[in-house]
Design a protein around this ligand. Structure first.
Ligand code: FAD
Length: 441
């Protein structure tokens, strides 16, 4: 959508082919928070951030196992993407304040008022319509039509009545995310998620990966993904990570902590899945509950009855069927850790965090797969790279359809990696293609 808007605003006709009845995708399921370094909104709040600081955060989270030049290219364009969305397209974005997502050294997440991806998708759809982008829904792209020099001439697409249609194009941009909606591929390529609940968009079957691999694109990080250790069991509602980042904890069925939750929600997903029954309880209190009230998902979780609360640890243990003594001991331990500031046996520090105090809250969660991060390698403008060197002449990819910035596993993902690569590569690809068309005409 961002690529199509960038093209259309530059005077180039763009068409979006979407398999579903309306363009929602993973984006509409998401929290819709987009990171951007050096945005106007950051500057207005006095946040001292830069593309380099942001890139260093990403490289550190992946332990250096990402393409640092590619990361720098994206972080450099990320602030401009936020300004473009907010100022040029008029999206009602604001800086998310009050907590830092693990791995981010600065406040740099920007979101819509409800902090929901559905609101973001709605605003993008309106912006696309306003500038004249054509969106053809119920159009499942089946294949790319490519000539002997690997130039994409068009694509075939299946319509709901079974008809196969062919469209020609000057340039193609793949924006159909990864393979999280393809259980066979997930089992084969990310076996550690065998017990994970899939909470992404079911339409993302890995088409971009198949097309680009078959064409001979350079592929990378196929085992990379965004996991989440906070999907409410039985409700399928994501319970977002600020409650943990701000000092909450996760305990297993035995009432014990089992990992350093502060590494991030994606890393922690595999640890939750390794516990008895493949679940955990996120335990927090009134102070973190208040932080969470800004999120639409959390309000949904409350309305659905999955957030349990009690004035005492004993009451919380009864309501959750957790062993009282073990839970009490675990919470007492975190009190000591808050006071001492010493790292615990997992390496987590509670320094500067307020201890958990009554009333207490808990929610039963499991590990989920949100989307995959591996795929074809692209330039910072989204142009697809050949495995043999060089670039495909008119093929671009972005978002989950391309290799991201999270390294080879789930542990390298930091919040925002998904929508940064979707929005920034989208805008950059659209602008680069528009410039190429103008310079050749
Ligand atoms: C609960 C949740 C919360 C998240 N929160 C955040 C967040 O706050 N910040 C962040 O950065 N990331 C977040 N993410 C990740 C983020 O949503 C994704 O990284 C991002 O939406 C991917 O965008 P995309 O455009 O690549 O794919 P999508 O938004 O999934 O769009 C792909 C579209 O392509 C369509 N499609 C697929 N195959 C075809 C085909 N062959 N032909 C035609 N159409 C096709 C699909 O129907 C879909 O509409 C979250 C994810 C989840 C699940």
């Amino acid at each position: 959508m961002t690529a199509a808007i960038a093209l259309q605003r530059a005077g180039i006709d763009a068409v979006v082919f979407e398999r579903d009845a309306s363009p929602m995708g993973t984006t509409a399921m998401s929290t819709g928070l987009i990171p951007g370094a050096g945005s106007r909104l950051q500057k207005s709040k006095g946040i001292d951030d830069s593309a380099e600081i942001f890139a260093l955060d990403i490289v550190a989270k992946t332990k250096g196992q990402c393409d640092a030049d590619f990361v720098r290219g994206l972080t450099k364009a990320s602030g401009r993407t936020i300004d473009w969305l907010a100022d040029d397209l008029g999206l009602d974005l604001s800086l998310v304040e009050g907590f830092l997502y693990p791995g981010h050294s600065r406040l740099r997440m920007h979101g819509m008022p409800s902090r929901s991806g559905a609101e973001l998708m709605g605003a993008l759809s309106r912006a696309a319509e306003a500038c004249g982008v054509s969106v053809l829904t119920r159009s499942l792209v089946e294949d790319l039509i490519v000539d002997d020099e690997d130039r994409v001439l068009g694509m075939t697409l299946r319509r709901p009545d079974g008809a196969l249609e062919t469209y020609g194009c000057d340039f193609a941009i793949l924006a159909c995310c990864g393979f999280a909606g393809n259980p066979d591929l997930v089992k084969e390529l990310i076996p550690e998620l065998t017990h994970a609940t899939f909470y992404g968009h079911p339409g993302n079957k890995g088409d971009a990966m198949r097309w680009t691999r078959d064409l001979g694109a350079a592929m990378a990080d196929i085992g990379g993904y965004q996991g989440h250790a906070g999907l409410a069991v039985g409700h399928g509602i994501p319970i977002l990570w600020p409650l943990i980042a701000e000092g909450g904890i996760q305990v297993n069925a035995e009432g014990n902590r089992f990992a350093d939750e502060s590494r991030g929600y994606s890393d922690q997903a595999v640890d939750v899945l390794a516990q008895t029954g493949h679940f955990a309880w996120s335990v927090f209190d009134e102070q973190r509950h208040r932080v969470m009230l800004q999120f639409a998902d959390y309000k949904d979780a409350m309305a659905a009855g999955c957030i349990i609360t009690s004035d005492s640890i004993e009451g919380l243990a009864q309501a959750t069927a957790l062993p009282h003594h073990a839970l009490m001991q675990t919470v007492t331990e975190t009190h000591d850790l808050c006071r001492s500031g010493r790292p615990d046996r997992f390496g987590r520090s509670f320094a500067g965090k307020a201890p958990l105090e009554a009333p207490f809250y808990a929610v039963k969660v499991t590990g989920a797969l949100f989307h995959t991060q591996g795929g074809c390698q692209v330039t910072a403008a989204g142009q697809v790279r050949r495995a043999s060197g060089g670039l495909f002449p008119n093929l671009y990819a972005g978002g989950g359809a391309a290799r991201g910035v999270s390294g080879p596993g789930g542990w390298g993902y930091i919040a925002g990696n998904g929508l940064m690569t979707a929005t920034t590569l989208g805008r950059s690809a659209g602008e680069a293609i528009a410039a190429a068309i103008k310079s050749s005409s």
